[in-house]
Design a protein around this ligand. Structure first.
Ligand SMILES: [Zn+2]
Length: 254
């Protein structure tokens, strides 16, 4: 092959590779397709997800944002900008290290129901208590329940955390905000409030100093089934677990 022909071949191969890459959405979008039944779409070179209710959320809205602005109006990239790391419990000392607190509310609303009446809630038995959770997430709660029962048999000190559970489905905003809580969709659970720590209850309120008593075995049981834990957050909420399988799947990060 002549040098010119070789060069031309290399250019064609390179162009094909670039073309293939351009047609492939960023990994988080593929993940949202897998876990939420939405569709990744490309328009004029810009990726977005099309929700089942017809709305679209852009991959990258190209707006520079503070952390508070990401919480208030995230694009998909913002929602995956902090990597959630399961494993040994570690104190969180990095300001705004809150993987999972940035939520795509429109995605939750279209997946689980956009009003209190539309959320399809079922009753389940969980650690011998009757709880109301979303029908779609009930099987995951049941798997966590089985894991917790085994763990509590092996370690009796776990039991108090799993009694007087703080709540699951409640249509409400996050305390101190106008953002819809994950509890509104029936995908979250709070453990025994008395044994928990929440950043908004800290006195003095600043600086935030992470605190936790929730044992590792409980955290492991939830994370193994796709639930993130509020104890992984700088804005700690150690009673709180929330079904977010996309954050526990290593393939989902950019
Ligand atoms: Zn909670």
């Amino acid at each position: 092959m002549s040098r010119a022909a070789l060069a031309a071949t290399v250019i064609v191969i390179a162009a094909t590779a670039v073309g293939a890459l351009a047609d492939e959405p960023p990994p988080p979008l593929r993940c949202l397709e897998r876990y939420y039944g939405v569709r990744a779409e490309e328009h004029d070179g810009a990726w977005s997800i099309a929700l089942t209710d017809g709305q679209r959320i852009p991959w990258d809205d190209r707006r520079p944002k503070s952390f508070e602005e990401k919480l208030a109006a995230p694009d998909v990239e913002d929602a995956f900008s902090l990597r959630y790391r399961p494993g040994p419990i570690r104190p969180v000392a990095t300001v705004d290290e809150d993987p999972g607190r940035i939520r795509l509310d429109a995605l939750f609303a279209s997946t689980y129901g956009a009003s209190e009446r539309k959320v399809d809630v079922v009753k389940i038995k969980f650690q011998d208590q009757i709880l109301r959770v979303h029908r779609k997430v009930a099987p995951a709660f049941a798997r966590v329940d089985a894991r917790l029962t085994r763990a509590a048999l092996a370690d009796r000190s776990l039991a108090p955390f799993l009694q007087q559970l703080g709540g699951t489905f409640v249509w409400r905003n996050i305390a101190g905000t106008d953002r819809t809580s994950a509890h509104s969709y029936g995908v979250s659970i709070d453990l025994n409030v008395k044994l928990s720590h929440y950043w908004r209850w800290q006195r003095p309120a600043a600086p935030l100093a992470w605190q936790n008593r929730v044992p590792q075995a409980i955290v492991d049981a939830f994370e193994a089934e796709g639930f993130v834990w509020g104890g992984r957050w700088y804005h700690y909420d150690t009673m709180h677990f929330e079904y977010r399988p996309e954050l526990l799947d290593g393939r989902c990060y950019p």
